[in-house]
Design a protein around this ligand. Structure first.
Ligand code: HEM
Length: 454
């Protein structure tokens, strides 16, 4: 049996920065190239080495075995600076309890009510659009998803400027986590503009969220619990241990975790869906027909979702083509074996939904946008079996149904009234930042009821 030292290294590494250059310049081409070197391939991210899993089987094996392959590696080391030990970042030993305490917040029985909040905010943001206007699509989509999360989390207790602060700080902090993954820790304390912005945004974010949590605690003590996510977290008791619920610090960690995990992921999915529709007019026309038949002139509802299979297929196909989290890490907690190789304790392992979704054996013609792959009639398929956009195993995304509901409803609501077309200055090349986002996506709005023909 070989050791990790014998695992082939991807070409193109430079001293000090490793593969940071190809990961920045052409991240997706780089990820797609890796399976050519083996089922396990070494890359270097700044000072750290990682072994990338290049098959769906190895990816599943690592995700399911979360005791041996625990949260760790460059991303999580940096993310813990911001998220503390929330459910996304905590080690295996704390995870079961945290998951039991937080999961009820995303129970499917709440989705119908949460969907009403989602629709209110999609309508509020798109009500400001005028025919022929140019919009910054990811920014507008983030307005929707951050307001939805804030409203479902804190009900109506936050002032608009507090919501704006949280949203701005999240953007700076997320980009900072990603940038700092590639840099040695000794550079953290340098008084650079980027470091100052990051620290300022991080401490304001913690402060705002902690005050919002204690404000909500006060309101709950006075008037009893509500039905928002925070009230559910507040009243959570561990059903398996007789231990207490979440402490105030843990509550703030979870609140920041939900924002970090749920805002940009859903916003970039929506932005990519709208872009892909503008490039695939046949699919766009069929979506308009579906939405017009189901929704007509009234607002879409949660009950409409099963009647919108094409909208659902478009969202899943977007997540296949552009998974918002294209690369994630784990750490081996003991010496172990993987893919015929001895993996020593402490080794960083990386899994990549993007890489797996683009293997020709997991998806025929993987670069083609084809929502029909997800039709109910298509049945089981390699695409479905190898779909990792929400991760897998015990650490699988907790907000997957919340996120899918939100994106499908927003897409249907937008498509009922608008068509979008790329505007001058658009550069849709995918950029690997905190999520996989288009570089600059500016689009013209066209009112379907009578806008200029395009
Ligand atoms: C389209 C939208 C979304 C995508 C693509 C997505 C993707 C992911 C992925 C890949 C993971 C696993 C990370 C890992 O393996 O280390 C994850 C975990 C998580 N996500 Fe999502 N996510 C989305 C939306 C959301 C939303 C809306 C929320 C909450 C409001 C959320 C909350 C979480 C949480 C709490 C975890 C940690 C679960 C655990 O470790 O037990 N996500 N997400």
């Amino acid at each position: 049996m070989t050791t990790t030292a014998a695992v082939p290294e991807a070409p193109g590494a430079l001293p000090l920065v490793g593969h940071a250059l190809p990961l920045f310049r052409n991240p997706l081409g780089f990820l797609r190239s890796l399976p050519a070197y083996g089922d396990l391939v070494q890359i270097r991210i700044g000072p750290q080495r990682a072994i990338v899993l290049c098959t769906p089987e190895l990816t599943r094996q690592v995700l399911v075995n979360d005791r041996v392959f625990d949260k760790g590696g460059a991303f999580f080391d940096r993310a813990r600076e911001v998220l503390g030990n929330g459910v996304l970042t905590c080690p295996h030993a704390q995870h079961r309890r945290q998951r039991r305490l937080t999961q009820p917040a995303f129970h499917h029985v709440r989705l119908a009510d949460q969907a009403e909040v989602m629709l209110e905010h999609v309508n509020a943001v798109t009500a400001c659009w005028n025919d022929g206007q140019v919009i910054d699509v990811p920014a507008d989509m983030e307005k929707i998803t951050s307001r939805v999360l804030l409203a479902t989390m804190f009900s109506t207790t936050l002032r608009p400027e507090t919501m704006a602060h949280i949203s701005d700080d999240l953007t700076v902090v997320l980009a900072g986590i990603y940038r700092r993954m590639f840099l040695p820790a000794v550079l953290d304390r340098l008084p650079t503009t980027a470091n100052r912005r990051y620290h300022r945004a991080n401490s304001r974010l913690r402060h705002t969220v902690a005050s919002a949590v204690s404000g909500r605690l006060g309101a709950v003590a006075q008037d009893g619990g509500g039905d928002d996510l925070l009230s559910i977290l507040l009243s959570a008791r561990d059903p398996e241990g007789d231990g207490p619920g979440l402490s105030d610090i843990e509550l703030a960690d979870q609140a920041v975790t939900f924002f970090m995990a749920g805002v940009e992921t859903a916003a970039t999915t929506l932005a990519w869906s709208l872009y892909l529709l503008s490039r695939n007019r046949g699919v766009e026309e069929r979506l308009h027909a579906e939405v017009d038949a189901v929704v007509g002139g009234r607002p879409a509802t949660y009950q409409d979702i099963p009647k919108l299979p094409l909208a659902g297929g478009i969202v899943r196909e977007t997540l296949r083509l552009y998974p918002p989290v294209p690369l994630m890490t784990r750490t081996a907690t003991r010496d172990t074996r993987l893919g015929g190789c001895c993996v020593p304790i402490g080794t960083t392992i990386a899994y990549s939904p993007y890489l797996i979704h683009h293997r020709p054996d997991t998806c025929s013609d993987p670069g083609r946008f084809d929502p029909g792959r997800w039709a109910a009639t298509a049945g089981r398929s390699p695409e479905r079996d190898s779909f990792f956009a929400f991760g897998g195993g015990a650490r699988k995304c907790m907000g997957d149904q919340f996120g899918l509901t939100q994106v499908v409803l927003a897409l249907a609501t937008i498509a009922a009234r608008w068509k979008l077309r790329p505007a001058a200055g658009t550069d849709s090349r995918p950029q690997l930042s905190s999520t996989l986002r288009p570089k600059h996506l500016r689009m013209h709005t066209i009112d379907r009821a009578g806008g200029a023909p395009h």
